[in-house]
Design a protein around this ligand. Structure first.
Ligand SMILES: N[C@@H](CCC(=O)N[C@@H](CS)C(=O)NCC(=O)O)C(=O)O
Length: 213
């Protein structure tokens, strides 16, 4: 059954799904949309809620990154079978998204002076608040959200990488348990080779291409 993931040619909500698909050795069409070509109104109006990522299988379309991540991870060790552990992962992932909701308005801010101020606040308040808690959560649970690697840690990595791309830093470095997890996922079979083949994302280049439109 042909599988197709459509997302921007950048890190963000779609990248953890790419990582999971590669780690679980699933063949899929990696359909990448250049941010510089967005909004592609013809594509946008066909999307269930006008946004990416979307996943297609057998002519059926699924949107919402978390639903897609869980769907593609089904039947693997990445979904905890114990209900409490399952809920622990979900709980951590919702907190990761709460963090991300603080970052997106900063990325989208058009006024450069205001954006600089917001970036400062992100570093001093938001990142420290959330990352110290993510770090503790991982430390208390054997390095993962629920005792072993799950789809949830892939989501954390995708969000960290997307933030790093915009901030031009590696925010995880100050947090040993997060840093170790990031390194572990990037070294997983399938993920490691994918990252090498993909190459690094370059936010400045992406911005330059977007501004040309
Ligand atoms: N809750 C959705 C959010 C999707 C979302 O925000 N997608 C962004 C990219 S990360 C998007 O498509 N932006 C373009 C637009 O809204 O036109 C999910 O998790 O999939």
């Amino acid at each position: 059954m042909p599988k197709k993931l459509t997302y921007f040619n950048i890190n963000g909500l779609g990248e953890p799904i790419r990582y999971i698909l590669h780690y679980t050795k699933q063949e899929f069409e990696d359909n990448r949309i250049e941010l510089g070509n967005w909004p592609d109104l013809k594509l946008k109006e066909k999307l269930p809620f006008g946004q990416l990522p979307v996943y297609e299988e057998d002519g059926r379309v699924l949107c919402q990154s978390l639903a897609i991540a869980k769907y593609v991870a089904r039947g693997t060790d990445l979904i905890p079978s114990d209900p409490w552990k399952y809920a622990q992962v979900e709980s951590a992932v919702y907190s990761v998204l709460d963090y991300w909701k603080n970052v997106t308005p900063v990325v989208q801010e058009k006024d450069q002076a205001k954006q600089k101020e917001l970036v400062e606040k992100l570093h001093t308040e938001t990142i420290e608040y959330y990352f110290s808690r993510f770090n503790n959560l991982l430390k208390e649970n054997g390095g993962y959200f629920s005792g072993k690697l799950s789809w949830g840690e892939f989501i954390l990595l995708g969000i960290i990488e997307a933030g790093n791309l915009f901030l031009g830093t590696n925010v995880e470095k100050k947090y040993p348990a997060i840093d170790a997890l990031v390194k572990e996922i990037r070294s997983l079979p399938g993920v490691k080779e994918y990252i090498v083949a993909r190459g690094p994302y370059d936010f400045e280049e992406i911005k330059a291409r977007m501004n040309k439109q």
